[in-house]
Design a protein around this ligand. Structure first.
Ligand code: GTP
Ligand code: MG
Length: 149
């Protein structure tokens, strides 16, 4: 079973979109394993986005992610990584389809409200990076028989 790291970025928190964004993953039926409001350090933001450190926008990206609290989430489910990326939509919100989070709720790449891991390997890496041991819950949803045949 895959796990993905989803993070509501500081603009999503400031704009009051936390409930709306969590709700989309919740309604889809994925299993929430971890959730916290968190002020991240520059070092953690840099480690999270280390693959982008050569990009010209990297310093702006780190300023953005550390500009206020973020909401960290770990979600589990078969195919959750790719599915969450679809629910989130394209990186540039103007190109994101209506119905996606970015397509419905954002307009700029540099203010695209939410992050989602891009592979199952990165899902595990990022959950380990953002959550401490004991912060994730093992539980069973009562709706499982109604989600899977
Ligand atoms: P994440 O889910 O946040 O990882 O976004 P992504 O996977 O859709 O895009 P990518 O990993 O390539 O970029 C990470 C983040 O960097 C984006 O979500 C944007 O917030 C930011 N970013 C990417 N490209 C640009 C850019 O050209 N300009 C600016 N200002 N920010 C960018
Ligand atoms: Mg990415």
């Amino acid at each position: 079973v895959d796990q993905t790291y989803i993070m509501i970025k500081p603009d999503g928190v400031q704009r009051g979109l936390v409930g709306e964004i969590i709700s989309r993953f919740e309604k889809k039926g994925f299993l929430l394993k971890g959730l916290k409001l968190f002020e991240c350090t520059k070092e953690l933001a840099e480690e999270h986005y280390k693959d982008l450190r050569e990009k010209p926008f990297f310093p702006k990206l780190i300023d953005y992610i550390t500009s206020g609290p973020v909401v960290c989430m770990a979600w589990e489910g078969v195919g959750v990584v790719a599915s969450a990326r679809k629910l989130i939509g394209a990186t540039n919100p103007l190109q994101a389809e209506p119905g996606t989070i970015r397509g419905d709720l954002a307009i700029q790449t540099g203010r695209n409200v939410v992050h989602g891991s891009d592979s199952p390997e990165n899902g595990l890496r990022e959950i380990e990076l953002w959550f401490k041991e004991g912060e994730l819950c093992q539980w069973t949803q009562v709706q499982v028989p109604w989600l899977r045949e």
